[in-house]
Design a protein around this ligand. Structure first.
Ligand code: DUC
Ligand code: ZN
Length: 502
């Protein structure tokens, strides 16, 4: 139970309702040296202590966005360039309540995963405004990489691997996936999988192109739900065979949600992620006026099936989804190295372009948290505790940042979102001009949210002030986070055959 106290604190947040993944309680928060020092029913300030009156509003942990692409070389696959650099993406994160991002360092085939991580450190170092970590994307899982390089990466604070089942130059076959899973199990790292069946996509794409069906929405035609659900089933089968935990990233298809849910019901250590766009947008967006649909091209695609958004909300509310991430993958619409590639690289001269050349991905690191708060909590779909679990705590636990990040308790980093008290909530219309990224559009333009963060606090400093819409943290304030192993359930030592790892 919180008690009263006073001490030489740096900051006190008064009159908040603190929310964790399991509780909520009214108290003051005392902050010292960037950490939460004390939670107490009343704290009195001493000289020089900054005070913020939360006015009875909810105070939630700073957001942990565990899936963002920042200045990533994969965005160059089609000759595309990322709209955001480390500074703009992390400023944007803070503008929407996210205090930690985990981005991707990509191994190119034939090179070492640690070279990729080093190169990524150079990009981020001194330019991040919020705190950050890296996952490493493994595209070439040789024995040398898995046995020698992976332990070095882990020692450097990288405790998760991402692999792809699609994309030339990145996709792994089933045998390679097993190699990765075996190494992941041995070294206690989390494996994240992009689940889409590459051969079906290639086959469907060739067939569509032969018929000149290349308009933006045929990106969706080429990747029907079965592309995702088949790959999800296969990835989970491989994980079960090797008794290895797995997180399925950016789930959009209802059938994939069911497959994941069934695996969880069988108590397999299976985790899943979905993203804001799958909860609030659908495939009709890709059919928008002319080439505008390119703004909504992402993979897996937005879905056309009736109730597709409802199914995602159901999975969010019933616990199928462990984390809610942005998959921020920004390219500008009006950039010849952005979405316009789909018009300019158009061999069949289809007036509405060529979906194959449109870079995949949507911006969303800033809108993720407010969207989940508004459309989840305030709209009555989930509790504030569930919001905290999805927005912060579970990602921190899954990716080895807990309890430094993802919760409000003594000893944790003082990363907070202070919302508006209920009586002062106003509709917030999303407009790209208000956001802090460098992308020239938001897929949520005009959407009215029921609240927006009043303050974002990172390690005890106000990093975003909603009253002025200013990100107040400076360019090198963000710190690299060395991550440890997941603290969510892992291998169960249950085997399908007599085979055991050596
Ligand atoms: N899909 C991906 O596979 N990567 C980034 C963005 C996207 O939509
Ligand atoms: Zn992604």
């Amino acid at each position: 139970m919180p008690v009263s106290g006073s001490c030489s604190l740096d900051m006190i947040v008064h009159n908040g309702i603190v929310v964790t993944a399991s509780d909520q309680f009214a108290c003051d928060i005392g902050i010292k040296d960037g950490k939460i020092a004390i939670l107490a029913t009343y704290l009195s300030a001493c000289e020089g202590c900054e005070e913020i009156d939360a006015e009875g509003a909810f105070v939630t942990p700073g957001g942990v966005d565990s899936h963002v692409h920042i200045a990533q070389s994969a965005a160059k696959r089609l000759g595309a360039r990322s709209a955001d650099d480390w500074t703009s993406a992390t400023r944007s994160a803070l503008g929407g309540g996210t205090t930690t991002v985990i981005a991707f360092a990509v191994q190119t085939q034939g090179s070492s995963i640690n070279e990729a991580i080093e190169a990524y450190h150079i990009l981020a170092d001194g330019h991040a405004v919020c705190d950050y970590g890296f996952h490493v994307i493994v595209t070439d899982p040789t024995l040398e990489q898995m046995n020698a390089e992976l332990p070095r990466a882990i020692a450097g604070g990288i405790s998760s691997i991402k692999i792809y089942m699609t994309y030339t130059g990145m996709k792994l076959n089933d045998g390679q996936i097993l190699d990765v899973l075996l190494a992941a199990r041995k070294h206690n790292v989390m494996t994240m999988v992009h689940c889409e069946n590459a051969d079906i996509i290639d086959w469907m794409t060739a067939s569509l192109v032969a018929r000149n069906m290349t308009e933006p929405w045929h990106h969706g035609t080429s990747r029907p739900p079965i592309v995702e659900s088949e790959a999800t089933h296969r990835a989970l089968a491989l994980a079960e065979l090797l008794d290895t935990p797995m997180l399925i990233v950016h789930v959009s298809a209802s059938e994939a949600v069911t497959t994941i849910r069934n695996a969880q019901t069988r108590l397999l250590p299976v985790y899943a992620e979905t993203c804001p766009h799958y909860a609030v947008l659908d495939g009709s967006r890709m059919r928008k006026d002319g080439f505008e649909g390119a703004k909504y091209v992402c993979a897996p695609p937005l879905r056309d099936e009736p109730k597709c958004n409802e199914r995602i909300w159901e999975g969010i509310a019933n616990g199928t989804f462990t984390v809610f991430s942005s998959d921020h993958a920004p390219t500008c619409f009006h950039d010849h190295q952005g979405k316009q590639l789909g018009l300019n690289n158009n061999p069949h001269n289809n007036p509405l372009g060529n979906f194959r050349a449109i870079p995949n991905g949507l911006p969303g690191v800033e809108t993720r948290t407010p969207l989940l708060w508004s459309e989840g909590v305030i709209a009555g779909r989930i509790s504030p505790q569930k919001f905290v679990a999805l927005n912060s705590t579970n990602a921190a636990k899954l990716y080895g940042l807990y309890p430094q990040k993802g919760t409000i308790q003594p000893g944790s980093d003082a990363d907070l979102i202070i919302w508006h008290p209920e009586s002062k909530r106003k509709l917030y219309k999303i407009e790209n001009s208000k956001l802090h990224h460098k992308t020239d559009y938001t897929p949520y333009e005009g959407l009215e949210l029921r609240d927006w963060p009043r303050y974002t606090i990172l390690r005890g400093r106000v990093a975003y002030d909603g009253a002025t819409n200013q990100v107040t943290a400076f360019e090198s304030y963000g710190q690299f986070l060395k991550r440890g192993p997941s603290c969510l359930p892992g291998p169960r030592n249950k085997w399908l055959t007599e085979w055991r790892p050596e």
